[in-house]
Design a binder for this molecule. Structure first.
Ligand SMILES: [Fe+2]
Ligand SMILES: [Fe+2]
Length: 167
């Protein structure tokens, strides 16, 4: 495997684990604030990010590459309102999309078609992630100012359950 493609794939394990850490931090914020539905939503989001990390690990292993796990950064955002984490999540997902695109273009540069094909799952996933994050922001903007509507939003987030990713 090309060295640059390898390094980007290996780094992506860390980025996905950081995403999990970040969303766990958001979950903790909401739990503390009494919105346990939003907390549930972000805890599940964190599990999905861990699953993403596992996909990169499995792919590198299938290609006989050595995994190098690195230190995970500390989430350092503080929030003053309920929309804060939702906006930060949207911004973060856009950043992750840019990382996936960078790996894809590095793989394209060296005609690594297998890696390009592997990344297609993530390209589609990032489209969904951005769409969902954007919807969360929009709905909080529309309804978050009303206590009853906020309660309903929280209840809706409480009903999200985890399911392992399809292969
Ligand atoms: Fe991810
Ligand atoms: Fe994500």
């Amino acid at each position: 495997m090309d060295k640059k493609v390898y390094e980007l794939l290996n780094d992506q394990i860390n980025k996905e684990l950081y995403s999990a850490y970040l969303y766990m931090d958001f979950a903790n914020y909401y739990e503390y604030e009494g919105l346990s539905g939003f907390a549930n939503w972000y805890m599940i989001q964190a599990q999905e990010e861990r699953d993403h990390a596992l996909k990169f690990i499995a792919y590198l292993q299938e290609n006989s590459q050595k995994i190098q796990l690195k230190a995970i950064d500390q989430p350092n955002k503080t929030f003053t309102d309920f929309i804060g984490p939702l906006e930060a999540a949207l911004e973060h997902e856009k950043y992750v999309t840019s990382l996936i695109n960078d790996i894809y273009s590095a793989a394209a540069d060296v005609k690594d078609y297998r890696t390009m094909q592997f990344l297609e799952w993530f390209i589609e996933e990032q489209g969904e992630e951005e769409d969902t994050a954007d919807t969360m922001v929009t709905r909080m903007k529309l309804f978050g100012g009303d206590a009853k509507a906020l309660y309903d939003l929280d209840q809706e987030c409480a009903s999200r359950s985890y399911s392992a990713p399809a292969e």
